[in-house]
Design a protein around this ligand. Structure first.
Ligand code: SF4
Length: 367
């Protein structure tokens, strides 16, 4: 009844310097963290805190909020104080907002110094203020906002262009001795994005924030992010991840956590192992799998529950499962740890599985 031990990692994690985003360590061997961005108006403190609470409940560890106006700046102290997870202020162009975000108690600021260089000595002042407050900076380069100079040099937002841009932005802070930095080099094409992060990981030891920009609606965005993050994380690249979806941010967190669980980089929660069904199936596997998933949603024990369409291969295929069902002739063979313990009518399958799951979790000491 012990949860399966995490598999051996695919590759050693790349050694990065560690930064601290509030109480979350990023880089330097810390577990890969999952983050998202609020979609509320930041100036609406209650709505923003409500969404942050939902994100935190879903397993979000760091949240970013957009700060495009003075009203948003004024909401930051209350949000930073009441949020259960560290808040990163996302700022473009306005150096005074950066100082305000640091004063407000934000755990980090996302800002591209290239955008604020034109304001005389502001980069130096920001480096000093961030340093004094222990606030790290994320430098976020993406295809859409690539420096004009680099667009001309490379013709388009290539991996090389993204990396050169990010390292140049870093150098503007490094000139002032500031290295409390993490970097992202996002692109909407996973191929370019993967190449960019690989290149960047060879050229610096800053922790990396992985993201595919404008990844799209849930299905496409999930596939793009899973493929891109999977390729990089399997090589040990990536210290924190943000899945971007044109969907509510809680969905981003579910996908992000599922990616880490799939790679054995995060302890798995309850897992439904259902067969794809085939001509031998004697039950509607899709519906049964959905019913079992719904009945066990939020179940605390990290059980693997198998839902199999037939008794011929079902239990054998699901040997790795803690419990499960193999259907046949309007009945369900319920098995626990590979042994058939009883056979119940089809209408009782879901409740029997829930009962057995509860028994197992009691045995595991999780209630
Ligand atoms: Fe087909 Fe049975 Fe395997 Fe499901 S468990 S895929 S129904 S053989």
């Amino acid at each position: 009844g012990m949860p399966a031990a995490p598999p051996q990692p695919l590759a050693p994690r790349r050694q990065t310097r560690q930064i601290k985003v509030g109480n979350v360590l990023v880089g330097g061997g810390a577990p890969v963290s999952v983050q998202s961005m609020a979609t509320t108006l930041t100036s609406d403190v209650n709505a923003t805190l409500q969404q942050i609470a939902e994100l935190a409940t879903a397993g979000c560890q760091i949240v970013r909020v957009a700060v495009p106006s003075q009203d948003d700046v004024e909401a930051l102290p209350a949000i930073a104080r009441k949020s259960p997870i560290p808040v990163i202020a996302d700022i473009h162009f306005q150096p005074k907002y950066v100082f305000a975000a640091i004063d407000a108690g934000c755990a980090a600021v996302r800002v591209n110094p290239g955008n604020i260089r034109q304001f005389d000595d502001k980069v130096k002042e920001i480096a000093a203020a961030a340093s004094a407050a222990g606030v790290p900076i994320r430098i976020g380069v993406n295809a859409g906002s690539l420096d004009k100079r680099l667009l001309e040099k490379y013709g388009k937002a290539t991996a090389e262009a993204l990396v050169e841009s990010a390292l140049w932005e870093c150098s503007l802070f490094e000139e002032h001795g500031f290295r409390d930095i993490k970097i992202s080099v996002k692109h909407n094409d996973p191929v370019v994005m993967i190449r960019a992060y690989r290149l960047l990981s060879q050229k610096c030891d800053y922790p990396l924030h992985l993201g595919v920009t404008e990844a799209g609606p849930t299905f496409q965005g999930t596939v793009k992010s899973s493929v891109a993050f999977g390729a990089l994380l399997a090589e040990g690249i990536g210290d924190t991840i943000r899945v971007s979806l044109s969907a509510p941010p809680v969905e981003e967190i579910k996908v992000g956590n599922a990616i880490l669980e799939s790679l054995g980089m995060k302890e798995r929660g309850l897992e439904i192992i259902s067969c794809p069904s085939c001509g031998r199936a004697q039950v509607d596997v899709y519906t049964l799998a959905e019913q079992v998933t719904a009945a066990l949603e939020g179940f605390p024990a990290p059980l693997r529950v198998a839902v199999m369409g037939c008794v011929v291969n079902g239990p054998g295929e699901a040997r790795e499962a803690d419990l499960g069902v193999a259907s046949g002739n309007g009945k369900g063979q319920i098995f626990v740890k590979g042994e058939v313990i009883k056979t119940v009518p089809e209408s009782m399958i879901v409740e029997t599985l829930v009962e057995e799951a509860l028994k197992l979790s009691v045995q595991m000491g999780i209630e």
